[in-house]
Ligand binder design. Sequence first.
Ligand code: GTP
Length: 318
Amino acid sequence: MEAIILVGGLGTRLRPLTHTVPKPLLPLANVPMVERMVRNLPEVFDTAILAVNYGLDEMKIYFEGRDIGKKIIIVPEEKPLGTGGAMRNCIDHVTGTTAVFNGDVVTSADLNKMLEQHIRTKAKGTLALWEVEDPSRFGVVELKNGQILQFQEKPERGTELSNLINAGTYLLEPEVLEMIPPNQKISIERDIYPQVAGNGLYGFPFEGYFIDSGTPESYLEANFKSIGNNGTAAHSGASIRGPSLIHESAVLQDCIIGPNAIIGPNVKMEKCVIRRTVILSDVKGYGSVIEDCVIGPAISFEKDLSRTLVSPKGSIPF
Ligand code: GTP
């Protein structure tokens, strides 16, 4: 079975980081987002199809000769086709029921259970759904006996049909992919799903967590969530204060790390305090307090920083 991962977006909300590293290759707890997603696929999915526009060369280089336990097919788009157009562009590689993911979501949705439900209900499409407190910034669905009857965009408070939003994880039959016109910019959420609503489109509400890691705050949160139980307990040269992850190749001297600090490969730091921060590879730091930042790759800092994205192409506070 195939899983399509949508990894072609520009990642504008994470600029300037994404000027140097395309969003899908930005790490979550030291593993690129897209690799993490492929590794987390249930066993029945033996092939991951990566729908790529922006960042194609970097993606090819990253996956060249790398064995991550699944067949990887990279499908390029000459121009961005949107979420729907990008899926349609992958249709030649699809052999049946297909999973589709927004490449930047981190969720606890159980894909095996979702697949069981999809088969049991004979759905054309099943969308993972996440409950939010205030749906007025999102699109919600009306769900009845498990079926999605309609979509409602950004409902005013009090008028919402539900609190369930689309969590960017789908199971689709080929007939839904075939509904998407080829070689056109199409949004699956806005242009196609409303056409299938009430006619075999099902919802799969789940609990646990759902993070769309596309903003600086949510990218940090997704990183902290991804530390899971794999945090570093002790490291020479650092006092560790709370859940944190330090890459084995990092060299630290006289540092206080955590809570929620992630230190990437080949990082060298001396006399630094790092909290709620992601440090990408090959960064050098000296004598600084760093809080709520993403820094790197391959730059040096010697001053305190807070709530800033720092990349080789410049810095932006958030
Ligand atoms: P922003 O520019 O910050 O909004 O990020 P983005 O470009 O990633 O857009 P968004 O977060 O809305 O996209 C959701 C998912 O769909 C992400 O995984 C994107 O990589 C992917 N995506 C969005 N547009 C396209 C596209 O035109 N082609 C492909 N292949 N993927 C896309």
